[in-house]
Write a new protein. Sequence first.
Lengths: 251, 599
Amino acid sequence: METTMSVYRGDKNSGRFVDYKVKQFEGMVVLDAIHQIQAEQSTDLACRWNCKAGKCGSCSAEINGKPRLMCMSRMDQYNDGKPIVVRPLRAFPVIRDLVTDVSWNYEINKKIKPFKPKAKEADGTWRMQQYEVDRVQEFRKCIECFLCQNVCHVLRDHDKKNEFGGPRFLVRAASLEMHPLDTEDRIDMIKDSLGSGLCNITKCCTEVCPESIKITDNGIIPLKERIVDAHFDPVVWLWRKITGKPAQPTK
Amino acid sequence: MTKYESFEQDVLVIGAGGAGLRAAIEASDLGMNVGLVCKSLLGKAHTVMAEGGVAAALANVETRDNWKVHFRDTMRGGKMLNNYRMAQIHAQEAPDRVRELEAWGAVFDRTKDGRILQRNFGGHLYPRLAHVGDRTGLEMIRTLQDKTVHSKNVKVHMECTIYKLLTNDGRICGAIGYWRETGRFIVFKAKAVILATGGVGKSFKITSNSWEYTGDGQAIAFEAGADLIDMEFVQFHPTGMIWPLSVKGTLVTEGVRGEGGVLRNSKNERFMFKYIPEIFKKDYADTEDEARRWLDGDKAARRPPELLTRDVVARAINSEFKAGRASTHGGAYLDIASQRDGEYIKRKLPSMYHQFKELADVDITKQAMEVGPTTHYIMGGVKVDGETAQSTLPGLFAAGEVAGGMHGSNRLGGNSLSDLLVFGRRAGMGAAQYVKDLRTTATLKEAEIDTTCKEMLAPMERASGENPYVIVQELQEIMQNHVGIIRNENELSEGLAKIQKLKPRVDNVRVEGGRAYNPGWHQALDLRAMFICSEAIAKAALLRKESRGGHSREDFPNYDKELGKINFVIKKSGPHEMQLVKQPLPEMPADLAELFKGD
Ligand SMILES: Cc1cc2nc3c(=O)[nH]c(=O)nc-3n(C[C@H](O)[C@H](O)[C@H](O)COP(=O)(O)OP(=O)(O)OC[C@H]3O[C@@H](n4cnc5c(N)ncnc54)[C@H](O)[C@@H]3O)c2cc1C
Ligand code: SF4
Ligand code: SF4
Ligand code: FES
């Protein structure tokens, strides 16, 4: 079976969609089609990929308007006779074809204060129960595909990259804040550097996450609550001023 | 003169997987100014894909475990061809390296008493693999990545490919490569270089490896004059996906068997009971009943034979295929649905569940998976000193999959992630010490830089020529068919002849497009390394007239006593010549040799 792929070709200055015919085989994913075009028709078609199994988060693109991993998008779900349209993520500047400049994300990550563990127990180990780590393990599943960053309207439509770190990094901050061993205080950083207040809980990020992380419900909302507690509860506020530590009950 | 950008660093680390990141952290801690380069974005190296776990004798689940047992398992798994000193250091230091990850924020699955949980894996006598479901590599790389970006004086250069190492006066002085984004050239002046570039699997047609695995590190080290070792030993993982075509080769973690998964043939027989090698007989169950009791936690029962080492399981699947008992698409059935309940499977193997559901329309909590061997890992690589990770070229260090010796003829699952941590750290220490001891620095040779730049541009400047993807496909066919899982003299000779015949065509590839983010051009530049490694693998495989570990010879199906005492070392002799030299194994001290009495 032959399928038409309509693929964005261009760079930061200009671009257009080019149609390519590919041979469709059983189980084929969109990334296979891109590779077929590269090997047989246009060797300079640029894309990123590594694992081809949804584990590395390299191959993000917009397929028929939906942000997805190309390696996990089966071609047969689109078999309606129309061309399959593949374009790069919209929230980031295009480098070439399907490759975008995501370096901003790496800069945001640097601002997040690193893990700071509490002292070990007397026997030299740290003890944590599985139920205590389930929550952070959910956040730590993130493969940094940046699909959530791509759909968040604060970044995509309003381009507030100077004020807002985006869902990915709120999840990252949550994974540290809710780590049972962590002692660092990131409340002000989350509010000020990551701009958590700009999120208005539309949950678009959660919808596209290929790792099914409940970004908004489990990550962002609890962080917002912590910020409210820390800033508006006078007891907690005083505790933080004196000790420089977050309030005990929130850990 | 071609234009290039330049950087100066004490230590240049090439590769940002587990080994490279751990090396960079250590070198930075020791006061070095460090450059870290990688071909992909940070956090996308192969390490991120590792699933099953990291091996370390923490003894959290089984108190009988300790480094000596881990050491013995590793040596037996490698069929005694390992550099014993590396295997010893690895087993001794792995527990500390894993605990260190926890101190840096990694969150492993927990035991009931709140410690790091460990799971069973092939060839490990006791449950030994610290893990996070089936995404251990992700946890590890993210933890190391965060530690690295908060380390002092580490500059990360992403999407930058090193093409050549630069030497002067017989020692390392830097490296040259290109930015993938712009195609511009970049020269690093460095007092020491640590290679952490991973493996070679992309030269085979069916593989679990990504586009990055073109053997760059092994090849540039060889070109610069460093020795390679054990290149004939390639690991074919027994369980890759085989259907549909799109995912042929994609890995199915050994964790499936570690969690109780069983292998069956088309006759519904659990065939592994027939394939237990003599030296492992005392450790493996010989009836389904005993295997079941083991799974239920009976400490007196022996382990199921599905947990034999990878070489054994891969060969068994192949034999079943040859005997006409293969699964529908030519492999074996891997079934966990009959052994564990659905919720347990989803919790311990979430990404396998997802992978099969999305890509193969198979629900692993209800149906069996179809699996078959896939090229996975290379045991051989740059020959290094076990203590310092230095290669035979002064100033050049190597750690992780690119280095050889530690795993002998076959690697145990989980022993790679621990290897990255143990020897990544040692390479960082080794390089820092080397830099501190240096009295003079070598200078870069401008003429060499200029010729290299011209060489890199050539595929773009040729008026006509071949598509590099065609050459890659031909090479992959050759390696798969002639240098694959079951080898023999005729196939190997024919394969080598075909490689030699194909090689000159590399000098005639042409790519379209410009220098900016041009995958065709990148592919063209990767060819040289792919050919060097493929030739090395084939040549060593031809000389090793025995079957051992990952290397199986139909015409020499048994161990050869004499060959069991040597490694093949590959040296550069002349501009493009390879010389293979037999090198006796280092002799194990009596206290370690004691552990193998009766084998
Ligand atoms: C699917 C899969 C599952 C696995 N599961 C396990 C497991 O459960 N347990 C286990 O122990 N092992 C496992 N392994 C093996 C293990 O993951 C790898 O052996 C290991 O991660 C290799 O690490 P590394 O640091 O040596 O290299 P990598 O992590 O591969 O990193 C190599 C780095 O070098 C860079 N590089 C390469 N060439 C160049 C160049 N020319 N210029 C610049 N940079 C370059 C790459 O960009 C990359 O950053 C698995 C492997 C795969 C593929
Ligand atoms: S929930 Fe918040 S972070 Fe997520 S997409 Fe909406 S505004 Fe953005
Ligand atoms: S949170 Fe989900 S969508 Fe966002 S980067 Fe991580 S994996 Fe991707
Ligand atoms: S290639 Fe890794 S997620 Fe698609």
